[in-house]
Structure formats: C-alpha cells, structure tokens
Design a protein around this ligand. Sequence first.
Ligand SMILES: [Fe+2]
Length: 318
Amino acid sequence: MASVQTYLDSYNRDGYVVVPDVFDPERAASACREMESLFYGMSFEEYLAKSDREGEYAPLETAYGHQFPCGKDPLDGLIENDYLLDLMEAILGTDQIRFLFGGLFLRSGPTDTVPGGFGIEHSWQGYHTDHHTACYLPHTQDSHFNAYLIAGAFLHDIEDDNVPMQIIPGSHKQIPGLIPRLIEEGIFSHWCSINDIRKIPEFAAPVPAKGKAGSVLLRSSYGVHAAIPFRNKRNRRATWGFTVCSAESSAWMTRHIGERGLDTEFTHTFWANTTPRVRSLFGWPMPGHPYYTRETLGLLAAWYPGIDLSPYEEHLAA
Ligand SMILES: [Fe+2]
C-alpha cells in the first residue's frame, strides 16, 4: 500500500485518483455478493442465466439504489477502514470530516438507461460536476475550501466493458474560472451540466476511471465527468459510495442519511456497532468531549442497545 502522499499529489493535480488495494479482493467480493443480492435477489451471473431462460431481463428488485447505511455489514462496514479514512482526511486537509451521503450505486447493463435515458446521444454531451448534489453554494476558486470528496469503492474489476466514469483531469481547478463564461454562453446550467465540452478547448481529454476490485476512486465534487453507455450490455458496474466534506464546509452542505432519515433500525444498528472514529463522521463528538457524562452515556446505552461506550467513559474515570 503506497503512502497517502503519493495519491494526494495525483488528486491535487487531476481532481481524482484511483487508489488500488484499499480493500482486499475477498472483502470486495463479499460486498459485491451482498450488493447483488439486494439488487437482483441473486448473483449477477444467476440473474443473466435466469434471464436467458425466461427470454427477458426482470426489473431489478431495487431500481435506483440503497442509501447509506443499507443495513448489510459487508457493505456498511467498508467505511471502517483506517487507510481510507486517512486518505479522506489528507485530501480534505483536516481530521474534522463529515458524512454527506453514501450508498450503493449500480449500473446494470441489461436494463441500464444511462446516459441515453437523459437524452444524451453523443460523447461530448452529459458532462457535469456533482457539486450541486450536496452543496447549495456555487464553486469557489479555492477548491479546498468548498469542494467535497466523493469516494467510490470498486466491488469488482472495472474495465472498459464496465462503463468506467469518464473524468476530465484537472477540470476541478478549471471549472470555477470557466463558469462565468459558460453561463454567459449558455453552455452551463445551474445544475452544473455542460451541454457541449467541445466548446471548452481548455479541457484535457477525458480519462476512464478504471481499476481492480478493492480500488477506490476518490474524486472532487468540482471534477467534470460523464457516464458512457454499455457497449456490451451483459456487464454491470457495482460501486459502494461514501461522500464527505470538511466539518467547516458542512455548514452549507446538505446531508442524506438512510432511506428514511435518522429514524431507521439500520441507522441505529450501524451507530451501535461502528467505531468512535466513524461515528465522528456523522458529527458525534470524539471520546473525551464534555457531552459524554454519566447521564448522557446512560441515555446512549438505552438509545443504541449494544453500543460499546467504553471509549467514551475513560475520561470520566479520572
Ligand atoms: Fe455525476
């Protein structure tokens, strides 16, 4: 596993980096099996074989996606990876990072309608930044100040047949300066879509974000990218996503957790079972914080049955 600095340099230059070996292949494979069973009710291979027998592809059991947490440990537990958390903190330049949204993202070749379903027919269409997904303030020149970080773990190898995301290297630095002209010329909408990248000669050529199972694509919310259609529809792309920002910028970001907000058994179970470091991504104060008193710890024990509160108790013993 290479040093965090190696990847930080690439990220700062290109606005994204694919980091290999964040998860071992078996860990990625078990997460992939879990994800396939949520979407297909079986493995993808079984789904293809069943579809061949029946002469049609059944709709997915979940057409869109599952937000974080999804309630399945092999998937939700991927965030308990210190190397990934170190990378996220280094990129955002702070150890105070906050969850924005996350979940499972599947493009399933047999029934996939992206990008054609969005009226996109040509390879120069469909480019956009994802910044509006969680932030209601526009891009700033200082991307470190306002951009957030989108992580996507590859649950299987992502090659040309798995519709790798097309990313324009360096566009995260260019886009803030370009936006005024693009708006004036009608090329850029408020939802961060660029209707024709041929009109932006400043951009480098798009690069496909490919990698082995267990790699993680880390990309800036300022980075310009697009989806491409499946050439071979008997493929899929399954990724697990987790998006974070600096605690400071979280004040003007929106957060989406769980299918139905905080009031879910998934959220309660996840918080009961995860680590203090991961809880801090959701704004929980770290152990030692004055919030944790005998009274609040008693309430937390009742709120989240089974939670290990010992790290939060240490400062009370003194
Ligand atoms: Fe996007």
